[in-house]
Design a protein around this ligand. Sequence first.
Ligand SMILES: Nc1ncnc2c1ncn2[C@@H]1O[C@H](COP(=O)(O)OP(=O)(O)OP(=O)(O)O)[C@@H](O)[C@H]1O
Ligand SMILES: [Mg+2]
Length: 474
Amino acid sequence: MFRRLPGDEARNLVTTTPDTAVVFRPAVVTTPAILTLIILAGRIVVGLVRATWRHPIAMLAAATPGVLTLLYGWRAALLLSTPTPVGLLAWALTNRDSFARLVGWRLLAWWRLIWVYRRHWQPVMIVSGLGRHIRGRDYLPRLGKITCTPWADLVSVRMLKGQAVKDWADRIDHLAQGFGATSCRVALSQAGRITLTFPRTDPLATPLPALPLLAEPSVGAVEVGKQEDGQPWRLKMHGTHVLVAGATGAGKGSIIWSVIRGLLPAARAGLVELWALDPKLMELSYGRALFGPRYAATPENCADLLDRAVKVMQERAARFAGLQRSHIPTLDNPFVLVVVDEVAFLTAYQSDRELRRRISAALATLTTQGRAVGVGVLAALQDPRKEVMNIRNLFPDKIALRLDESEQVDMVLGDGARDRGALADHISPVPELGAGVGYVRLETSPNPIRVRAAYVSDTDIRAMADAFAPSGDA
Ligand SMILES: Nc1ncnc2c1ncn2[C@@H]1O[C@H](COP(=O)(O)OP(=O)(O)OP(=O)(O)O)[C@@H](O)[C@H]1O
Ligand SMILES: [Mg+2]
């Protein structure tokens, strides 16, 4: 132990134990100054080589003016170096997109690496408990490549041996705070490597107006809004069932109406039938003319309508049996989308037991058997607890809008979704900021995606009803 103490003091240290005559005197070996200098110089060379290897362009940009000055004097160096920044500036001003893609984001990534991540890496890792300081040595996860996108920094990290993704997921608040971001998301990228996503701006902070109506009928994935990375958010309805959960005012209506809006051209062409159940009378009634006779509001009518949907489904199943295993929408066999707003009104809060049983059975039948014969269910509800919605697991795709409690997030999106960054309980209750914002977890990926649905206003719905209502209903 004494051999490790720095400086001359160690020389004078002595341990004694009162009841023995044994005295330890530490052995002090003085390192020659030249050795220390060689080690330091070695480290500088290694650091330079590593920096050149990792950031060749940045190193070239930094070294060139120096070399030119040495060779030709500072005037010539200034003259020779100026065209590059001027050219870059001109490029940035004339073609922003290509400049950002090829140079801008890389420069920013380099700057963020040096100024934010590498500078704070050691303290954040140690304080958050993701790195260890054992006997004077730091054991830190390895900071890898930084990629900047228009909205976020993607930071690649090699975990310490023996660490789990869960260790990181448990500390997203520490990481976000440590690196000056508002939130952080964790995703496993390869064995032993994770990608941390730190948003820099929020592209979903402003409401999106209703998307333009499609010119061509399409039953495929419907564009309903925008994803956090700026890409369109497409929601597949044909071949699945979708459950939307969100507190009151979370914007469930905007998802329902965006889906309907996207499918209207196909509905006019006869490839889609929209069936609407509106027990609260507040949502779908507004565009009632669009649904013709396939609209129900009272619990009795809802139960009848659902039974009719089950009949259509069973009749199709009998016809398709042995002939085709998946459904293709045609005029004879259109895709039937059953839209249910506030499904809990029909299942949990329905006082008539017989009706409740009928409705629950019909919904369970549709969600278990409807997919392959072209019957889909889009249901919305406020409270995702099992007591309220015992068939929530029968919906393959789920969307969590603003929720009141953190435990509800995993109820909707599945275990571990909140740990991976689906902070649906943190979405703003202010409608302009948070209505329609939510997280989606698709069957195929464990990582939740943050999205915002476009807002279909009352005027839009009225215009849709005028343009698309089956003749005689408008
Ligand atoms: N996508 C959106 N973008 C911006 N604002 C929205 C969006 N969706 C809804 N809003 C605003 O939020 C309000 C509430 O939305 P909505 O009625 O859809 O909520 P909800 O989840 O259906 O609530 P409830 O459960 O009470 O019916 C709307 O009146 C509108 O002003
Ligand atoms: Mg509603």
